[in-house]
Design a protein around this ligand. Structure first.
Ligand code: SF4
Ligand code: SF4
Length: 398
């Protein structure tokens, strides 16, 4: 299960991407090993927000097109690209995102569909660790097969995002806000991610990572594009995440999602994976600008329950809104899972601007992720800086 195919890919020129994606999947047995004729196959992309493809916040459309064409060539009856982005799961919202991500003309030309089913269904999982009942998008529920097509990026909350985190987009629209509110710490949120994976089980047959142009720094939406030059593929979401994390020159076990995968028996503690294809070590970006995940778990064992909230406030990074640049669009206000943001008008002739109540803020960083104008920055206090003085030691030195 833990095989990861690695293929170099110099840019997003379509024939080059087609060849790289095919080579990666061929190393795993070819597309017919994952798709059967007559199936409805959903390609679960990362379509985070309405933005230019060049921002590198979303799976590049050439990678989606390459996978879609292969799946169609394997005889699939329908190939549907889907995601629930960071906003309402509605026709108007998602069609604007398909358009901004350059998917509309590609879908018409190649014969794949862009999901138009915006209904959702409740899932009951009494045996799950934390996600015992949650909503998922109906298009994923009714698919015969799902292929997870992801983007490799830094992420202010989780440290990185790739295959495992991409399935959070199975949760429709604003229900994600509710889930963030329910599963507040990264430890519990990690359990929820793997509960989602356990729900879908073998239906998610394959993961393909767009690691050609990635995002470094203030990901997942306000970082900087960074060339890595690879396409990855694996049946195993944890294995492909380990490979992606190594490309960012980070020790995989230092990422809470990987630590959680070890805890839940999804990978061994040495994070061993079997690499196929091109040499991954040659593609590692040694000076990749990483972020430290917001992991409160190590301290939670030593702090009394009654003090955990207060300690959490001072030991984690804070979202800070640049009031001068805030345009008052309310996106952060609408998506804050704990209603820690209010819109405040300071002068009569001014639009109300976002203001954070830090006593309520749970540091999920959804406001930073979703602000369309990049005016929410993640800032470290003195105590946080002192605690993380040694965190660079976690970076691999090769
Ligand atoms: S203010 Fe921002 S970081 Fe804090 S809980 Fe709300 S959305 Fe999350
Ligand atoms: S999303 Fe950004 S611009 Fe919009 S109200 Fe919030 S901080 Fe201001």
């Amino acid at each position: 299960m833990n095989k990861v195919a690695v293929i170099k890919c110099a840019d997003y020129e379509q024939t080059r991407v087609d060849a790289a994606v095919k080579s990666a999947i061929d190393l795993l047995g070819g597309i017919s090993a994952f798709v059967k004729p007559g199936q409805t196959v959903v390609l679960k992309a990362n379509l985070l927000m309405k933005c230019s493809v060049d921002k590198c916040a979303t799976t590049h459309p050439s990678v989606i097109e390459a996978v879609a064409k292969l799946v169609l060539s394997a005889g699939a009856k329908r190939v549907i690209v889907a995601d629930s982005a960071g906003g309402p799961f509605t026709e108007g919202y998602m069609n604007a995102i398909y358009k901004s991500n350059d998917l509309v003309e590609r879908a018409e030309r190649c014969g794949f569909e862009l999901n138009q089913d915006f209904t959702s269904v409740n899932v009951d999982m009494p045996e799950a660790k934390v996600g015992k009942r949650f909503l998922i998008c109906n298009c994923l529920e009714t698919a015969d097969t799902i292929i997870n097509i992801t983007k490799l990026k830094t992420h202010s909350f989780t440290g990185y995002t790739n295959a495992v985190k991409n399935m959070f987009g199975a949760i429709p629209g604003l229900s994600k806000v509710e889930m963030h509110g329910q599963f507040r710490t990264l430890d519990v949120f990690g359990d929820f991610m793997y509960d989602i994976w356990d729900y879908f089980g073998d239906k998610i047959r394959l993961n393909v990572t767009d690691a050609v142009m990635c995002m470094e720094g203030a990901g997942p939406s306000n970082g900087t594009p960074r060339f890595v030059g690879a396409v990855l593929a694996s049946q195993d979401p944890v294995a492909v995440d380990v490979a992606g994390i190594r490309l960012m020159n980070i020790e995989p076990i230092s990422m809470p999602f990987i630590e959680k995968a070890v805890e839940r028996g999804k990978i061994d503690k040495d994070c061993q994976i079997e690499l196929l294809g091109d040499n991954l070590d040659e593609l590692v970006v040694k000076d990749y600008k990483t972020v430290t995940p917001n992991n409160f778990k190590p301290l939670a064992n030593y702090v009394p329950q009654s003090m955990q909230n207060a300690v959490h406030q001072i030991m984690t990074q804070r979202p800070v809104i640049d009031k001068k640049k805030c345009r008052g669009c309310k996106k952060c206000f609408e998506h804050c899972p704990v209603k820690a943001i209010s819109m405040v008008r300071k002068k009569d002739n001014e639009v109300p601007k976002a203001q954070i109540d830090y006593t309520k803020c749970i540091r999920c960083y959804c406001c930073q992720e979703l602000c369309p104008f990049g005016v929410v920055k993640i800032k470290s206090g003195i105590i946080y800086k002192l605690i993380h003085l040694g965190s660079k030691k976690k970076i691999r030195n090769k």
